[in-house]
Ligand binder design. Structure first.
Ligand code: FFO
Ligand code: ATP
Length: 183
């Protein structure tokens, strides 16, 4: 199956089923976080639909002196913006998301911890289908794009459209993928 809509259906179901077994990501090493994030702005996300929970990364970022930001959806067609904030003060947003009550233009992230529906070993990413992250990556091409996922979300090769921006790294509960080192 190579069409994106069909893959999304299958991979969302796989993600939910795997998440129900209560897997967890390993805590990232202090050295990795300190190397990647010397006091920068790291965009994270609040997981939905069985997405891998980046909470241990969030904690490591803060411990390393970084600042967390969160995506805010305006509508399906607009780029997401990233806003500083804490999970305690978020409000309900579209698609069942929790998001900061945003004011202003938001911040420019140094690192984007990126949720995904599917990925391949070359760090291509399939998202929710609204182009929200691809638009953000086009706006902030200098940000380091790190995908966070469960291993069951891997497929052999994703179909690619011209606007798809690959990730620099994908971390799962069992592996780290780098685009130059296919597994
Ligand atoms: N946790 C999280 N936050 C995120 C995203 C994400 O993928 N995960 N986004 C990524 O772009 C943006 C929100 N964009 C979205 C665009 C479409 C749908 C969507 O169509 N959801 C389906 C249900 C999906 C499911 O069953 O798991 C729907 O509402 O029908 C969701 C989010 C920003 N915040
Ligand atoms: N940089 C961009 N500028 C304008 N539109 C874009 C851009 N990137 C993607 N899109 C639009 O977003 C829509 C969805 O793209 P796609 O199916 O690749 O979603 P996706 O890979 O699930 O993306 P995401 O996770 O970023 O939501 C497409 O109609 C595409 O035209």
């Amino acid at each position: 199956m190579t069409d994106k809509a069909g893959l999304r259906r299958e991979l969302r179901a796989r993600r939910r089923a795997f998440a129900a077994t209560r897997p967890s990501l390993p805590a990232p090493s202090r050295l990795l976080i300190e190397a990647l994030c010397p006091g920068g702005i790291v965009a994270s996300y609040v997981p939905v639909g069985g997405e891998a929970d980046p909470a241990l990364f969030d904690a490591a970022v803060v411990a390393a002196g970084g600042v967390l930001a969160w995506p805010v959806v305006i509508d399906r067609e607009s780029p997401i913006t990233f806003h500083l904030g804490s999970t305690d003060t978020m409000a309900d947003g579209p698609y069942g998301l929790r998001q900061p009550q945003a004011t202003g233009d938001g911040v420019v992230p140094d690192i984007v911890l990126t949720p995904l529906v599917g990925f391949d070993s070359r760090c291509n990413r399939l998202g929710q289908g609204a182009g929200h992250y691809d638009r953000a990556f086009a706006l902030w091409p200098d940000a380091l794009r790190i995908g966070i996922a469960w291993s069951v979300q891997q497929v052999d090769a994703l179909p690619r459209d011209p606007w798809d921006v690959p990730l620099h790294m994908i971390i799962t509960e069992t592996d780290v993928f780098l685009p130059g080192v296919p597994k």
